[in-house]
Design a protein around this ligand. Structure first.
Ligand code: NAD
Length: 303
């Protein structure tokens, strides 16, 4: 039997519908929707397209959306002053600074300037610490949070499961490994992280009940590395060429994941496609974090 395909595109729509509904309730009760500010510096085409998708999604769920498009030559101090302005703004619950930043700006200083209680990307050291401690986690980074949501909503049993994470980046590998380890619903697993220095990648992957791959290497994971019935989450998004879009007639990239999808779907129990898997979940989780931020803020102010 072929693996069940976990569609991020479909799950994203369910999650966005839930968020829209909750937004209406919040507006009714507190007279304002959740507020998100997106700060874009310069006009890097990939960043412009990510930010416009975030703006479109925020509008789709009924949030207040503020756009700040800054020139490439903005100074670090000007950027930090803008962030501080939104830290103080009572109608803003989430501050998102689109990365990467121009070379003359120190990314760490900028991310650290965001109020941790408005850090909807979950990159501030305070939120990374909260994630590891496992208490009071409001802002889990969006890609790992999307992965947990996919696993939970697919009804996969994670209790005591062998989870193998390929990759140790700060935005995917490390946080998802920490989250799967917590004594929480959709987690509580036994976790191994493998990376470029791991001696025998294959033998680790073969043990996995849940294999999460975030290496950025097209087709790294081979069919013989996958246990029968395992859940395979492919985070990789690799541009392997270009094609002409049937819809627009324009050139678009051909994307491939980190696992050999066509062969592995014959072995796995569940698998995520690329595109249409983890990717769409990431923006949905950004909206969820913004919603959670407003709920936490209004609850705090009503105590
Ligand atoms: P990264 O380059 O920061 O980290 C990759 C990690 O994989 C490193 O820790 C490295 O040790 C490990 N690795 C690389 N090659 C390996 C190999 N041959 N064997 C074992 N380990 C290896 O990348 P990242 O930011 O974590 O992203 C990983 C992939 O996920 C990329 O393709 C990226 O585009 C994609 N991504 C997708 C989303 C999404 O929303 N779908 C979000 C973030 C990243």
């Amino acid at each position: 039997m072929e693996a069940k395909i976990i569609s991020g595109t479909k799950l994203r729509e369910d999650i966005l519908d839930e968020i829209s509904e909750k937004t209406l309730e919040l507006k009714e009760k507190f007279n304002r929707p959740p507020g998100l500010v997106t700060i874009l510096i310069g006009n890097n085409p990939a960043s412009v397209s990510y930010v416009s998708l975030k703006i479109k999604t925020a509008e789709r769920v009924g949030f207040k959306e503020v756009q700040e498009n800054l020139n490439e030559d903005v100074s670090e101090n000007e950027l930090i002053a803008l962030i501080k302005k939104y830290n103080e703004d009572e109608t803003i619950d989430g501050i998102l600074v689109q990365l990467p930043l121009p070379k003359h700006i120190n990314e760490e200083r900028v991310l650290n300037a965001i109020d941790p209680d408005k850090d909807v990307d979950g990159f501030h050291p305070v939120n990374v610490g909260r994630l590891i401690i496992g208490k009071k986690v409001i802002f889990a980074p969006c890609t790992p949070a999307g992965i947990i949501e996919m696993i939970k909503r697919s009804g996969i049993d994670t209790n005591g499961a062998e989870v193998v994470v390929v990759g140790r980046s700060n935005i995917v590998g490390k946080p998802i490994a920490n989250m799967m380890l917590q004594k929480n619903e959709g987690a509580n697993s036994t976790v191994t992280i493998v990376h470029t220095a791991t001696r025998d990648l294959k033998s680790h992957c073969m043990r996995a009940d849940i294999l999460i791959v975030a290496a950025g290497v097209p087709g790294l994971v081979k069919p013989e590395w996958v246990k029968k019935g395992a859940c395979v989450i492919d985070v990789g998004v690799n541009r392997v060429g270009e094609k002409i879009s049937e819809k627009t007639g324009k050139k678009i990239p051909v994307l491939k994941g980190d696992v050999d999808f066509d062969e592995i779907k014959k072995i796995a129990g569940w698998i995520t496609p690329v595109p249409g898997g983890v990717g769409p979940m990431t923006i949905a989780m950004l909206m969820k974090n913004t919603l959670k931020s407003m709920i936490a803020r209004v609850e705090k102010s009503s105590v």
